[in-house]
Each structure stands twice: as structure tokens, then as C-alpha cells.
Design a protein around this ligand. Structure first.
Ligand SMILES: [Zn+2]
Length: 658
């Protein structure tokens, strides 16, 4: 049994969920309570003890197992959730290699060192007579006592080795202080403190552990104004977001995150009671950062300075945001696919521009109401983007108009939804004072040109087709066996992709062609499979995906499961030829979804019985709506399954009958 399965077996999901859902109560065969992930007055959060799963039948509409729950509740990734729950269940995680063990130990040591350093700096700021200048600075920034202690703000003394000697005295080794980024070495001289005479801000990861420091100069002539910890074993500034550890619950509560450029802005926001604010660490927003945020909300407001540097950064940020959010679902082979997916993402990205010449810190300090207004009035991403990419053009001249149309049409083409597209076409028409029909024609021309040829399908060298084609080995099982057969199907599907990574884009294309979603993490009911797929889908589109290149991108905790899938693949009676895999894999995915839906319907039926008993009419009505909705989706899946069968047969006929 894998560690994850053992954890699931030893823990009762009701015990894990209860602390997060104080209102959880037994109601018939299930437990019901107020959803911890959205605000509601009537309980629509249900826990099924029998299947050890949970589901929100309200706004979230999400559900899963005990791991998914911890991932959502605490913002953990799968491995973090596994570690926490394994400790709770008393399950020892799989044996690790000595190297991994050593690396882990080193990381732990460095984390301890920076945590002690943070205490040292903090104590200096609070107590040291020589820190008066720093305390004056903090007072000028109007940061209060609570903010100072909550963020453990500190002061690095104006000495060569105040921190170094304090840490050496506590028994830490100099080479470890260096590895933690706390010292700088110059040739032929003893190393000295990296941060001297600076206001120091500890940077924490999502779990609240100090991983590095941001430090601001207090006087001119002491090096750069802002100095961060260098990249290290524990600090990666393109992955961490300042303030996320304290902001995460507010972000979820407000269902919105405000992203500012620097930690001083974020500190000011928290000081003024705006708790859903985080800061980038001096670079453009990156993929890992946005993915962390996506765990808490779908609404992002980028609040950046109004000056031109701020604008350029904003544009960089936007490009990343668009890339990441489409990627969050799945990599899709066609442009059309990306657009289609973007509509489903339900992500709302906005840009708030501060009044000219001001940065968020100024606005927050002088006029918190204006801050609130500016954030509330943030422009939708596309509006902002259109404005920004045409700012340098003279829209009264023919040349400027034409350039604007050339730049904006591709943006409009990417917008999902006919209504929204029409809205932006009208907007563009007004902007350049050109007839809307002319622009629509331009959009159609552009769309036709970019959609003309779908990417060529991969050619497979042709082993003789296995006549006659075996009918699908697995048919839909009765619902009571859904859980087991769904995991089996998932294992087979994922194992096939790992053995034949080139099939992934082929399969997505086939699903897309019959009008259904491409393969996504959410297709895997088993959270171990989901976590593994997250790594596999990136790897599958890499240049030469091999098992060797897969191992390093899969978290070590999942290596055991990965090995199981690989051996399942190799131990099947006969490895299917590529052509039958091409035909079967998309159908396998459809069947996976079918099983999930049947499971949902089963859960809804249970809920319905409870509602009947309690004479809860509102709930009853909602169950009925949801059930008929689920049944309609089942129908769609069946149609897609049929189309896939027909398409598969036709392709083979074309190939072998000419
Ligand atoms: Zn909910």
C-alpha cells in the first residue's frame, strides 16, 4: 500500500475536516456544515464518511478526498498535504535516498539559521540604542507596533559582523551562514555581514517559514537602496510572494488578491487593514507565484505604480499572468484551444493604476479611501492592455489607426465569448473611429489566417493493425463500484501517458475535436494521480521526455506510485500498438469522467434523501437541478464517446482502405 493510501485508511476525513467546519453535523448518512471556502448561510458542504470524500454543493462546486481538502484549506501542494497528514496518521513516508536525506537536513539547518537571524534583527530594532535611527524611519513610514511584530521587522546594525559573531556564538558554522546568504566574502578577507545598517524585512514562504530577507538602506552611500538575500537552497525570489503567509485567509475571504510591487507597499497595506495584499520580490510576476495565488482566488488585481517603469513591469506581469492561467488547466496544441480554455478558467485579472506620480505606499498613507476606490475601479486586463499597447500611437492619423488595429485584433481574438468579443470590437471602433463591420471583417481574416492549419498530427511508424480491434476492455461499472474502477482507469490512463508521452497532445486534440475539455488535473479523483499528472503534463510536452527526465520533476513522495504505474504498464499481457492507444486513450478519459459523474449523482441522491427527510425544500430543489444537470453532462459524454469511436474507425479506414 502506498503511503498516501495508508494515510487515507488510518484517518477519518470527518476528524480532519471538523476543525475547519465548526458547524459540521451529522445529517442522515452524511455530515453537513457551512462551506469553509465560501460564505453561505445554509449548509451546502457535505462530508461522506462512507467514501471518505467531501463536496461543496454551493458556489464552489468542488470536492475530493482528504488530501484535496488540506490542499484547499491550507493552500498546500500535494506533497505538503501528504507530509502533514502522514504525521497526523503516524505513517512513515517512503524511505528516501541518502542524498535527499542530506539535502533535507541542510535545508532544515539553513531555515533554522535564518529564523534565528530574523529574531536577532527584530530584537535589534526593538531594543538596541544604536537602532534609534531605524526606529525613526519606521515611525516616518507610519508602521505601527502590531505590523512590526506581525512581520517581525528588524534592523541590521552598522557593524561588520554583528550578526555573524552572534550566530557563531550560538554554535552555527560559518559555511552555513554563507549558504544561508547572510554573509559576503571578499578575496583574502574574512567574510562580513551582508546586511549592515539596514531596515530588514523577513521574507516568509506560504507556510510562514523565514526563507530570506529584504533590506532597505537607511542612509545614502551604503550600497543599493534595496538589497535582497541571494538565491539559495532556501530562497528563490521568483517563487516566493511577500506576505502570502499572513494574507492567505483574507485573500480567500475577499476572493481577491492585490499584488503590489514591493514589500514596503505591502507592509503599508497591512498596516491600514488591507490584509489581502502581497508583494512581488522585485521581478515580474512568475508562474510559480501565480500558481500559489490561484489556490486561494481567481481574482487578481495588479496594483502598480503609475510611472512608465511601473507600466512596463505591469505589461510583463500581464504576459506571465495570461500564460500561467491558461497553462493552469492544460497545455493545448492549438490557439483555438487556448482561447476556449481561457473562458473556462473563470479568472478575472484586473489592473489598478495609481494616480500619476504616486505609488501604493503614498496612496495608502495619505488616503486609504482613495486606495480602496482605485482597487475597486481596477480595469479589466484587456481594457488595460489595449490602452497600454496603443499609448504610443497617434489615433487621429491613418497610420496610427492601422497600427492600433494590427495590435489589438490579436488580443480580441483571444477573448473567449462572442458577447465580450463584440464589446471590445465596438470599443476598438470608437477608439480608432473606424466602422465596426470593417473591424469584424479584419478579425475574421486574422482568425482564418491563424486557424487555417491545425498542427500536423504525429506520424507513427505503422505496425500492422491488430485485426479485429478489441472492443474496450472496460465498460462502465455499476455506480457502487465506481470508486475502485475509477482509480484503476486513472492508473491505466496515466501509466499510458507516462509510457507514451507523445500521446498527450494527440489525445487532447481528439477530445477537443469532439467538443469536450482536454485532460486536466481535475479529471483525476485520486489526488495522488492528480499530483503526478501535474508533473507529467509539463514533462510530456518537453523536448525529449524520458523516464530519466521525468524523475527529477516528480516529487520524491510520488516516486513509489510512479514506479507502480510503470510496472503496471510493462506487466500487461501485451503492450498495445500505438494505433489502438490513439483510439482507446481518449475514450478511456471519457469513461473516467463518466465514473466521476456517476459518483456525484450518487452523492446527490444521498443528499436528496436527507433533504426529503428534513423537508428542506430549497435543498431538494437544488439537488434535483444538480442531478438533471449531471445527467445532461453524462449524455454529452456518451455522445463524445460515440463520436470518438466513429472518428477512430474512420481514420483507420482512410489509412488502410485508401
Ligand atoms: Zn463552497
Amino acid at each position: 500500500m502506498s503511503a498516501a493510501a495508508e494515510v487515507k485508511e488510518r484517518l477519518n476525513i470527518v476528524d480532519v475536516v471538523s476543525p475547519y467546519v465548526p458547524s459540521l453535523k451529522k445529517a442522515g448518512k452524511v455530515y453537513k456544515g457551512l462551506c469553509p471556502f465560501h460564505t453561505e448561510k445554509t449548509p451546502s458542504f457535505v462530508v461522506y464518511e462512507s467514501t471518505q470524500t467531501w463536496r461543496c454543493f454551493g458556489t464552489c462546486g468542488e470536492g475530493g478526498d482528504v488530501f484535496n481538502f488540506m490542499m484547499k484549506a491550507e493552500g498546500y501542494d500535494f506533497v505538503e498535504a501528504l507530509k502533514v497528514l502522514a504525521a497526523k496518521a503516524g505513517v512513515v513516508l517512503e524511505k528516501r535516498t541518502p542524498q535527499a536525506e542530506a539535502a533535507d537536513k541542510q535545508r532544515k539547518k539553513l531555515l533554522e539559521i535564518v529564523a534565528v537571524a530574523a529574531q536577532f534583527f527584530h530584537k535589534q530594532l526593538l531594543e538596541s540604542p544604536s537602532a534609534q535611527f531605524a526606529r525613526d524611519y519606521v515611525a516616518r513610514r507610519e508602521l505601527g507596533r502590531e505590523t512590526i511584530s506581525k512581520f517581525q521587522l528588524g534592523y541590521a546594525p552598522n557593524q561588520r559582523d554583528a550578526l555573524k559573531s552572534a550566530l557563531l556564538k550560538r554554535g552555527y558554522a560559518e559555511k552555513d551562514l554563507e549558504a544561508a546568504g547572510l554573509l559576503v566574502t571578499k578575496e583574502n578577507a574574512p567574510s562580513i555581514d551582508r546586511f549592515r545598517n539596514r531596515f530588514v524585512v523577513p521574507i516568509r514562504d506560504i507556510r510562514g517559514r523565514v526563507v530570506g530577507f529584504g533590506a532597505r538602506a537607511l542612509k545614502d552611500g551604503f550600497g543599493p537602496k534595496y538589497l535582497n538575500s541571494p538565491q539559495s537552497n532556501i530562497f528563490n525570489k521568483s517563487e516566493v510572494l511577500f506576505g502570502l503567509d499572513v494574507a492567505k485567509s483574507a485573500i480567500r475571504e475577499k476572493n481577491r488578491v492585490v499584488i503590489v510591487e514591493g514589500y514596503m507597499d505591502a507592509l503599508q497595506a497591512h498596516e491600514r487593514g488591507f490584509a489581502n495584499v502581497v508583494a512581488q520580490m522585485g521581478t515580474a510576476l512568475t508562474e510559480p507565484q501565480l500558481k500559489q495565488l490561484k489556490r486561494f482566488t481567481d481574482t487578481f488585481v495588479l496594483a502598480l505604480d503609475a510611472d512608465s517603469a511601473g507600466d512596463a513591469a505591469t505589461l510583463r506581469g500581464i504576459n506571465v499572468a495570461r500564460g500561467v492561467l491558461s497553462d493552469a488547466v492544460v497545455a493545448v496544441p492549438t490557439m483555438r484551444g487556448t482561447v476556449q480554455l481561457e473562458g473556462k478558467l473563470n479568472a478575472d485579472i484586473r489592473v489598478a493604476t495609481m494616480p500619476l506620480g504616486k505609488d501604493p505606499d503614498d496612496v495608502l498613507k495619505t488616503d486609504p479611501a482613495l486606495w480602496e476606490k482605485t482597487i475597486a475601479e481596477a480595469q479589466p486586463l484587456v481594457d488595460y492592455y489595449i490602452h497600454a499597447i496603443t499609448a504610443d500611437l497617434d489615433l487621429n492619423e491613418a497610420k496610427g489607426k492601422s497600427a492600433a488595429v494590427q495590435r489589438i485584433i490579436p488580443v480580441i481574438k483571444e477573448i473567449p465569448g462572442a458577447v465580450e468579443q463584440a464589446h471590445y470590437l465596438q470599443k476598438l471602433a470608437r477608439l480608432v473611429k473606424v466602422d465596426e463591420r470593417t473591424l469584424r471583417a479584419e478579425l475574421e481574416r486574422f482568425s482564418a489566417a491563424t486557424n487555417a492549419k491545425p498542427a500536423r498530427r504525429q506520424r507513427f511508424s505503422s505496425p500492422p493493425p491488430p485485426p479485429p480491434f478489441p472492443e474496450d476492455g472496460e465498460t462502465t461499472k455499476p455506480a457502487r463500484r465506481a470508486v475502485k474502477s475509477s482509480t484503476r482507469l486513472e492508473n491505466r490512463c496515466l501509466g499510458t501517458i507516462i509510457a507514451k508521452p507523445e500521446l498527450l497532445s494527440y489525445v487532447n486534440r481528439a477530445l477537443y475535436d469532439v467538443g469536450i475539455d482536454v485532460l486536466a488535473v481535475s479529471d483525476f479523483a485520486d489526488s495522488v494521480n492528480g499530483a503526478l499528472f501535474l508533473a507529467v503534463k509539463q514533462w510530456a510536452i518537453s523536448e525529449a521526455p524520458t523516464l530519466e527526465s521525468l524523475m527529477p520533476v516528480v516529487p520524491e513522495e510520488l516516486h513509489g506510485h510512479l514506479a507502480t504505474l510503470v510496472s503496471l504498464w510493462h506487466n500487461q499481457p501485451a503492450i498495445p500498438p500505438d494505433e489502438s492507444l490513439q483510439k482507446d486513450l481518449p475514450k478511456m478519459i471519457v469513461r473516467m469522467r463518466r465514473l466521476r459523474l456517476e459518483e456525484t449523482i450518487k452523492e446527490l441522491n444521498m443528499l436528496q434523501i436527507g433533504a426529503l427527510e428534513a423537508q428542506d425544500r430549497a435543498l431538494l430543489a437544488r439537488c434535483q437541478t444538480d442531478i438533471s444537470h449531471a445527467k445532461a453532462t453524462l449524455n454529452e459524454l456518451d455522445k463524445a464517446h460515440d463520436s470518438l469511436s466513429i472518428m477512430g474507425r474512420r481514420r483507420l479506414e482512410e489509412k488502410y482502405l485508401g
